[in-house]
Design a protein around this ligand. Structure first.
Ligand SMILES: [Fe+2]
Length: 335
């Protein structure tokens, strides 16, 4: 009996662990978004479509090491994920943001943050201009997808769009940044009321967009460390170097110097390319260039040492030093 009880507990615990993500509640009842979005659409969209993304995401990561990483990390490296993870993690994140920024008109506050107000005025003139441009992005998005207002790593506002359930946090997106406003342009978001008239749905949705919440999201995005991560991830030469550094340094830590001996030429070449590349705007600072210069010298030295057939331990020490310099670059980039 006791064994059955323990077995039942074990089954239950695996099921609990498998449910990492859950469906967020809406702030208002399904009817509250009428007449701009009908209650039936809201209910199906939230309780069926979004719930399915959550269920499928939990299923896709169940029992894998991906259960332990953050939602942002799941999205950041979308190109390395399976289609099931990419589609469902995007589906979950995108819809969660969408529900957050929609409020019935009578519940909206007219007060937006002064920082957001200033950014809108400086870049777009006014909110109407953002609406027009976002409608344009949403109308011209072929098939299913999303139109976005994002904060880019250089802390600017930008309008963009992505296909399917992708979003600008993902490394598959053309324009990257943190979304602060997203408009769902899948047919499931509007078809029951608006049928094929996407433009009518887009005109109506502005009645529900809560600018006060969008403006708070702008302020949070400005201080979000994710912006620096996205920026670094958008520096292709750094990514390329990192790959070879990881594949040579990590084996050396456990005493296997062979990958480094075989690939020291490649490591040197990537270090030279990295040192000659142009870092993204906010990382383009003297301390980064000094570290990159040192890194290049260290990698050149490793390549020359390899040809002199020095002992493994000495090479191990040298690659550890270069690895440390590389982490100075990474560390400084966070500043
Ligand atoms: Fe949707």
């Amino acid at each position: 009996m006791k064994n059955y009880f323990l077995f039942a507990l074990f089954i239950l615990s695996t099921q609990i662990n498998a449910q990492i993500y859950s469906l967020p509640s809406l702030k208002y009842s399904y009817e509250s978004y009428e007449p701009f979005i009908d209650a039936q659409t809201m209910e199906i969209h939230h309780s069926k479509h979004h719930q399915a993304y959550v269920n499928n995401l939990n299923k896709a990561i169940a029992g894998t090491s991906l259960e332990k990483i953050s939602l942002n990390e799941l999205m950041m490296y979308a190109s390395f994920r399976t289609d099931a993870i990419r589609n469902n993690v995007g589906g979950h994140y995108n819809h969660s943001l969408f529900w957050e920024i929609l409020s019935p008109k009578e519940m909206q506050s007219a007060i937006i943050t002064s920082e957001f107000d200033a950014a809108v005025k400086a870049q777009f003139g006014n909110l109407d201009s953002i609406k027009t441009k976002l409608n344009q992005a949403a109308t011209t998005r072929f098939g299913s997808g999303w139109a976005w207002l994002i904060v880019t790593p250089d802390k600017k506002l930008m309008i963009t769009s992505t296909q399917n359930q992708d979003n600008p946090i993902m490394d598959v997106a053309k324009d990257r940044g943190i979304p602060i406003l997203g408009i769902d342009v899948w047919e499931h978001a509007y078809y029951l009321k608006y049928q094929n008239k996407r433009a009518d749905y887009l005109n109506a949705i502005w009645n529900l967009i809560d600018w006060a919440i969008v403006s708070e999201k702008y302020n949070s995005a400005l201080n979000d460390p994710l912006l620096a991560q996205i920026e670094k991830d958008s520096w292709p030469e750094l990514k390329e170097f990192h790959k070879v550094m990881g594949q040579t340094f990590h084996p050396s830590e456990s005493g296997n110097i062979e990958p480094l001996r075989k690939r020291s030429g490649e490591l040197m070449a990537k270090a030279v390319i990295l040192n000659n590349s142009v870092p993204p705007a906010s990382l383009n600072k003297p301390e980064i260039h000094i570290a990159l210069e040192t890194l290049e010298k260290q990698c050149v030295e490793i390549y020359k040492l390899k040809n002199k057939k020095v002992k493994d331990d000495f090479l191990k020490k040298k690659i550890a030093e270069a690895h440390e310099t590389f982490h100075i670059v990474q560390g400084l980039c966070h500043d």
